[in-house]
Design a protein around this ligand. Sequence first.
Ligand SMILES: *Cc1c(COP(=O)(O)O)cnc(C)c1O
Length: 365
Amino acid sequence: MKVPFVDLKRQYLQIKPEVDQAIQQRLERAEFVGGDIIHEFEQAFAEFIGAKHCIACGNGTDSIEILLRAFGIGVGDEVIVPAHTWITASETVSFVGAKPVFADVEPLTYTIDPLRIVELINKNTKAIIVVHLAGCPAKMDEILNIAKEYNLMVIEDVAQAHNSEYLGQKTGSIGHAGSFSFYPSKNLGAYGDAGAMVTDDPEIAERARALANHGQLEKHNHILEGRNSRMDPIQSAVLLVKLKYLNQWTNSRIRLATHYADLLGGLDVQLPVVPSYAKHVFHLYMIQLEKRNEVKSYLDKSGITTNIHYPVALPFLKPYAGNNHQGEFPVARSAQDRLLSLPLFPELTDDELGYVCQVLKEALI
Ligand SMILES: *Cc1c(COP(=O)(O)O)cnc(C)c1O
């Protein structure tokens, strides 16, 4: 049996008539940039997340960079980011001229550790980027308390956690602003690149909207210098169709994660932990184990595709080699060597999941 890591075609086939029609409509109207459909998506998504404003943009990296700019973060400023995540968190900070400062993560959820954040704050610190990694919300109350005490902005990177909740509140609506990616394989994915920002702050929303569109709120009225980071109307149309199914797909991910936990319990691996405050949406099913690389190649040989998120933690990547890091990042270092992501997507079948567990057991003998 072959088990793919993700199979986007299965989901497309489920919604083909609706999504084909939505795309066809854009083609027939020759609506290739701009249009009401984008605002329609922004409104629907803001409502879904429970935020006052949503601004669509080109992707989930632009959205972080634009939010940093909207908050006025730049040269001389420091932003605290998790040591273990995708490089977006740190590269965007550098791109606006500020300095990313890495904080180690929690050993079981891999989200930023509030205790480490406090140690890194100085007079230049302006913001914290929180990543809800793999679909698990970070400890938002602790982080927001620190932010309040030191007057820091909190940007949530929700690229892996659409529809997750912290104490019943949707992530993205908890900090000062939230950033979403709709990269095709995310929990809510477009059919190309797309992203969005959400916030309750009307001034940040206006600045972000202007920054994403050459600094203009209306044509030729440039209130500042910005850039071009637009969401295509075709992507808005696809996302509007798919948003209706997000709850159903999220439930399916959660069910499959429970199924994995049932079948893998008792093995010598660390399974994902769901904190009591969290609705975890399992963008990734990450387990920790010894001999990770050997197990991964055994699974590969048996037709099972797995991934490593991420093989090198951010502080140890080449662009940050010259940084004068504070701390040794023991958790991030161990995570990079021990984590393995198993196949998990809403359309994964019980047979496939059972096969993954069976082969994993063989590999561990
Ligand atoms: C996917 C991802 C991003 C970037 O999104 P793009 O749309 O590909 O730019 C940012 N942060 C995290 C945690 C991600 O997983």
